[in-house]
Design a protein around this ligand. Sequence first.
Ligand code: 09M
Length: 407
Amino acid sequence: MLSAINLQQRSPPSMISLAGGAPNPNTFPFQLASIKMKNGQTLTFDETVMKRALQYSASNGIPELLTWMKNLQKNLHNPPTAGYAPENGQMDMCVTTGSQEGLCKVFEMLVNPGDNVLLDAPTYSGTLATLQPLGCNLINVPSDQHGMIPAGLKEVLSQWDPSEVHKPGSTAPRVLYTIPNGGNPTGASMTSQRKQEVYELARQYDMLIIEDDPYYFLQFDKPWAPTFLSMDVDGRIIRTDSFSKILSSGLRIGFVTGPKPLVDRVVLHIQASTMHTSTFTQLMVSQLLHSWGQEGFLQHIDGVIEFYRTQRDAMISSADRWLKDVAEWHAPSAGMFLWIKLKGIADTQQLIMKKALEKEVLLVPGGVFMINSSDPCPYVRAAFSLSTPEQIDEAFRRLSSLIKEAL
Ligand SMILES: Cc1ncc(COP(=O)(O)O)c(CNc2cc3ccccc3n(O)c2=O)c1O
């Protein structure tokens, strides 16, 4: 059906279509839309645009948003694959309903029951929730406050012979997942050196790397770290980006960037599920981005970075004030999370889900970010995105007292 709509959109006005099963927008109750921006601008949908905004659209995303994003990706990452032929893995993109949908579709496409999948735990609970039903075998790669440790990856991979990974029945892992900047929950950011070493190992064992990077635009210091996409000479990087932390989380706009043959298959999975991301939302964001231009977009990002840097600084100074003798942590250089190890506590689940609630302080017990959530975990995740510096300070005072009571 959607291909009929695509066909119609590309046909001359003289074409009369009785093909697409699309509803008639004249029956829709919505007439106009105007959205006031904080910078004084107004985004407007007149009657013609409104009819398009309320109608089905292409599964890979509306053209003007895709074009804008492809130009941004080329300017930010200069991917080697941008210049490749389509059949040789040319860089392509599609719009997804949040990067969460992108991750879900990519894993659906790549992972079969019994497959070995590599990732550095603790990791985003949403990814674990997507992977667990696929019946794959999650193998942890050692990591520290600078992200995945290449020597640890080499050690994990040493159980397979690189020359045999293509043999039928090989159990060698085909997929490696990581969050390279401002990791969730650890706040860890990978160095460029580590990324290059991990990429080389992925080449040796012919693996795809899923670069899940929603905090890329929340790196507090410049220059931003080179991405896996920027070093991808082989077309083995599938990158998920998100507008959630910089424009809006409720609008649900994300992107998958990768070699065209793989992006084409992600789009087929989208076609068979959500069909496409909201046309209205895509048009709204596209109008904003075209009015801002890349320079305006990056200026907006600078403002967002200053906000989260201030929040990070507040959380670190409160941690120094209240938690120094009962906990350990590393100050993140990106993202919105602090990963705190409570001293003398084997597992934080009970402490957080019971005692902390009594003390009226909410944190996330570290177990939910582990491959086996029942494994004891002495960590908690604290987000510095929503609370004020004053609230963060009071929350850590409460956390400090409940740890001391527990010891
Ligand atoms: C590493 C990594 N990858 C992908 C995503 C998905 O983001 P999307 O682009 O908005 O779909 C995320 C979002 N992470 C979270 C979301 C969330 C939503 C409601 C309530 C709590 C939430 N907590 O706690 C989260 O960490 C993420 O951290």
